[in-house]
Design a protein around this ligand. Structure first.
Ligand SMILES: [Zn+2]
Length: 479
């Protein structure tokens, strides 16, 4: 099956054709975090999907150039800074740092560039784009001094979200308190300064103010990737109005098709409900880590469901993630034991992609599944079926060192995409602390305390064993 994606624009699964087929270079733009609070697990589900997309494209031989923007000025960041009584840059810095910290924990590959909306380079680009839209009659300055996009003049407005302007009127999705606009759906390109903005302001031909959120992405995307992009991603909640507006702005200025493939990730639910602070089911990455889970376990849990399907996050799901990764760990350990036997080729002695390595059975099922609109559940199904089969062969002692090496090479290739392999050291923070406390208790011969700590470790799904080499902490079987 050829590499295909569901394109939100056409509502169809389309075969992927890169713009630049010759050197297989692809441009991807992904909407990044608005840094007014710590990103939650729903945000990270989208970033994990984008990571999977990039890695699979790379596995298929494409050279991906990916840009992810940081929205560091908008209504929410300004309000947050004002309430905290600190300058905007200081307020957003902490959440930018937190975002990168969390993304690293989840092994998300870094984008090539992370442009920030407040960078003067991009502010200049936004102003230039707004000027071009005004001169084309696609935008106007209203009595409130703000500049708005005139959506009636852009015939394709609504094509991405698949609704027309009349429906827009009745959806109630547009605020009705903005009287200065010609059409209720006209959106702000430039917001005139008002006193609540404090010192957040830039000069422009229309007076002091700040950019609207949508123009930020159009400006940063075209500044860094050019007028046309292969793939643009985001969450489904970005489709309207954000991405709809990006199309109207970018195409309004350039007259060229802005994006060839629009890919959107479905929502994440928690225990079957929408995540919200008032329901107490609102989790950040540190919240999940504090429950004793690791970054790779969260990565697994957020990746395992196809990106266009709603993902229901539950603590049972986290346990399943741990179990599934445990199965992979155990399988790799067995294969390595066999591969290392009889002075056979040790794993480290084998190049990652030895072309002559024995290729076990039909082995492209994993990649083929991902070619089908990133069907990760089918890909993981293939992986675990493979694990079952090879485990059976190992049980029956029918798997020799050479085959084990071939399977390990095969896994290396899959793991370039999944990045699920244990790095061997990573005990969750809480587990590491309990283990250290237990060690100290034993040294102090406080066995009652040491037993208590062992029980606590057990409850978290870990086992403490005392061996001649000292205390060993392992996952509990079935935990
Ligand atoms: Zn965006």
């Amino acid at each position: 099956m050829p590499l295909s994606f569901f394109n939100t624009y056409s509502r169809e699964v389309e075969e992927f054709q890169p713009r630049n087929g010759k050197d297989r270079k692809i441009d991807i733009y992904t909407c990044g975090p608005t840094v007014y609070s710590r990103a939650h697990i729903g945000n990270f589900r989208a970033y994990i999907f984008e990571d999977l997309l990039q890695r699979h494209l790379e596995a298929r031989g494409f050279k991906v150039h990916r840009v992810m923007n940081i929205t560091d000025v908008d209504d929410k960041t300004i309000r947050g800074a004002r309430e905290a009584g600190v300058p905007l840059t200081k307020f957003t810095r902490q959440f930018k740092d937190a975002f990168f910290e969390d993304a690293e924990k989840l092994r998300i590959k870094r984008a090539d560039e992370y442009p920030a909306a407040t960078d003067q380079r991009y502010i200049d680009k936004m102003i230039a784009m707004i000027s071009a839209l005004i001169s084309k009659g696609l935008a106007y300055q209203a009595d409130d001094k703000s500049v708005y996009y005139r959506i009636n003049k852009f015939p394709n407005y609504g094509k991405l979200a698949h609704f027309n302007l009349d429906e827009l009127q009745s959806t109630g999705r547009v605020k009705h308190d903005e009287y200065d606009k010609e059409h209720i759906g006209d959106f702000a390109l430039w917001k005139a300064w008002d006193k609540d903005d404090g010192d957040v302001r830039w000069d422009s031909p229309w007076g002091p103010g700040r950019p609207g959120w949508h123009i930020e992405c159009s400006a940063m995307a075209t500044a860094l990737l050019g007028d046309q992009i292969d793939i643009h991603c985001g969450g489904v909640d970005n489709i309207f109005p954000h991405h709809e507006a990006e199309i109207a702005q970018s195409e309004g200025v350039t007259g060229k098709k802005f994006v060839n493939y629009w890919l959107h990730c479905a929502h994440l639910l928690v225990d079957g409900q929408k995540m919200s602070k008032s329901l107490g089911n609102f989790y950040t990455i540190p919240d999940v880590l504090a429950k004793g889970y690791t970054g790779r376990e969260i990565r697994y849990a957020l990746m395992r469901v196809n990106y266009r399907t709603q993902l229901n996050f539950t603590w049972d799901g986290m346990k399943e993630a741990r179990e599934s990764l445990g199965r992979i760990d155990d399988w790799l350990e067995r294969l390595r034991e066999i591969a290392d036997k009889k002075n056979g080729p040790s794993r480290t002695g084998v190049k990652r992609s030895t072309p002559n390595a024995q290729r076990p059975i039909e082995d492209s099922g994993f990649e083929d599944a991902l070619d089908d609109d990133l069907n990760i559940s089918a890909a993981l199904g293939f992986l675990f079926e493979t694990i079952r089969e090879t485990n059976r062969a190992m049980d029956q002692k029918k798997l020799d060192a050479k085959t084990a090496v071939a399977w390990l090479n095969w896994w290396d290739r899959m793991n370039q995409v999944l990045d699920f392999e244990s790095d061997g050291t990573a005990l969750p923070e809480e587990v590491a602390k309990l283990a250290e406390a237990r060690l100290q208790a034993r040294l102090a011969k406080d066995f009652r305390k040491s037993d208590e700590l062992r029980d606590k470790l057990n409850a978290l799904g870990w086992e403490a064993r005392d061996t001649k080499d000292g205390q060993k902490i392992t996952r509990r079987a079935g935990a």
